[in-house]
Structure formats: structure tokens, C-alpha cells
Design a protein around this ligand. Structure first.
Ligand SMILES: O=C(O)COP(=O)(O)O
Ligand SMILES: [Mg+2]
Length: 233
């Protein structure tokens, strides 16, 4: 069900759309859970439940790994959990990368309406870029595995620029690469990271209602509209 606040969000007003990946196009919680738990097993640490992982997703892999380490080390009653998580980080990152690339896409699924929505954006003449906080080396094979790669002229991961969303830099750089102005470039995402980045960059922003928003209700986020499916755009 479309619930846009303003008629200025008619697609006729846009030259391009920047689309987030995790929580917007693909439900990747299963991939995150599988990779993180294989990593934790390698480190002789206990597993983390998907419900806890869901609240940690969206700020990139480094943040996710650190949060998972802190989460599983805290109940052990250890002191200096932050420092111990830091000390383990490099090995954890290496194991996580290994496992993620091995299972990428196998425990994740496209959300309903994604292909339809992307086709509709293209049919309206919008150019498309995918901008995610996950590493580019994870994002490209995932898009290909889910049949989404053909829709996007550009794909940028969280390592593509100096800073990640919610910083506006990745959106500004993506607009620059597309050759579009932010005011005519629609951001489509699932979390406050996407909305804050879009607001600061000057891009109108629509959020999906089904993704990961750090465990918070997404309708509480400052955005220009909300959709239950990309097909409603
Ligand atoms: O933090 C992640 O890896 C997911 O990021 P995304 O929602 O920007 O795709
Ligand atoms: Mg997302």
C-alpha cells in the first residue's frame, strides 16, 4: 500500500533511483546468521540468535562483527569486553569474509515485488544504482545470484567511499557517478541510515516497511514516504 506524503514523489520527478540492498531488496538475515555463527564457532565462542543479529545489521560488516563479538562475550561475564572484541576483530573479520563468500545468497531471499518494482522504475526511464553498506565484494555476487545485477548501472558497497551511510557522502558520490542531481535522485531504503544519508544529501527518500531498522519501527523515521513493496513505488 503506497503511503507517500507528497505528490512531488511522483516518479516523473526523478532521473534516477539509488536502491539499498539488505532489508530492501534481499532478506539476508539467514546469510548473516550462518556466516557469523560459523565465524563464532571458529573462535570457540557461543552462537548469536538471528533476532539479535537483525538489530545489528545496516551499518556494515565491521560494525556487525564487532557487535556480535560483544554480544556473545558479554554473558560470559568477562571484563573489558570491548577491548577483547577489538583484539579478536582481525581474525574474526578474516573468518567472516571466508564464510560469507562461501554461502553468499544461499540463506537469503528476494522480497516480494522487488523485480516488479525495479522493472517499473526502469520502464519510467530511471537509471538505477545499488548502494549498500555491505562490502562491494559481497554485494556483486549476491545481486547476480538473485538475478538483480542487470538492473543496476552502478554498484557501490560500504568500502567504496571514505564513509558509509548514514553519512551523505556515499549518496553524493553515487549521484555524481550517475550524473544526476540529488533533488532528482530518489533513495529507496529500509532504515534510518538510508533516510539520514538521503536527507543530508538532499535526496528524497522512500522506505520499505518490512526491512531491518535496528529493531525500531520504521514509520518513526523521517522519510518522504513508506511502501509495503517495491511494486507500490
Ligand atoms: O550493513 C550491511 O551490511 C547492510 O547494509 P545495507 O542495508 O546498506 O545493504
Ligand atoms: Mg538496508
Amino acid at each position: 500500500m503506497l503511503a507517500l506524503n507528497s505528490t512531488s514523489l511522483d516518479l516523473i520527478h526523478f532521473d534516477a533511483a539509488i536502491v539499498d540492498l539488505d532489508g530492501t531488496m534481499v532478506d539476508t538475515l539467514g546469510d548473516f546468521a550462518e556466516s557469523l555463527n560459523r565465524m563464532l564457532r571458529d573462535l570457540d565462542l557461543p552462537p548469536v540468535a538471528p533476532a539479535a543479529i537483525e538489530r545489528m545489521v545496516g551499518k556494515g560488516s565491521e560494525h556487525l562483527i564487532h557487535s556480535a563479538l560483544v554480544h556473545v562475550m558479554t554473558p560470559v561475564g568477562a571484563v573489558d569486553v570491548e577491548a577483547r572484541a577489538q583484539a579478536l576483530f582481525e581474525r574474526a573479520w578474516d573468518r567472516y569474509q571466508h564464510h560469507y563468500l562461501a554461502i553468499n545468497g544461499q540463506h537469503s531471499a528476494l522480497y516480494p515485488g522487488v523485480i516488479e518494482g525495479l522493472k517499473a522504475l526502469r520502464a519510467r526511464g530511471l537509471r538505477l544504482a545499488c548502494l549498500t553498506n555491505k562490502p562491494t565484494s559481497f554485494a556483486r555476487p549476491l545481486l547476480a545470484a538473485k538475478g538483480l545485477d542487470g538492473f543496476f548501472e552502478l554498484v557501490f558497497g560500504g568500502d567504496a567511499f571514505e564513509r558509509k551511510k548514514p553519512d551523505p557522502l556515499p549518496l553524493l558520490k553515487t549521484c555524481e557517478a550517475l550524473g544526476t542531481v540529488p533533488a532528482r535522485t530518489l533513495m529507496v531504503g529500509d532504515s534510518s541510515n538510508d533516510a539520514r544519508a538521503a536527507r543530508a544529501a538532499g535526496c528524497p527518500v522512500v522506505l520499505v516497511t518490512y526491512g531491518y531498522n535496528h529493531g525500531e519501527p520504521v514509520r518513526g523515521v523521517d522519510a518522504d514516504g513508506f511502501v509495503d513493496s517495491l511494486a507500490d513505488l
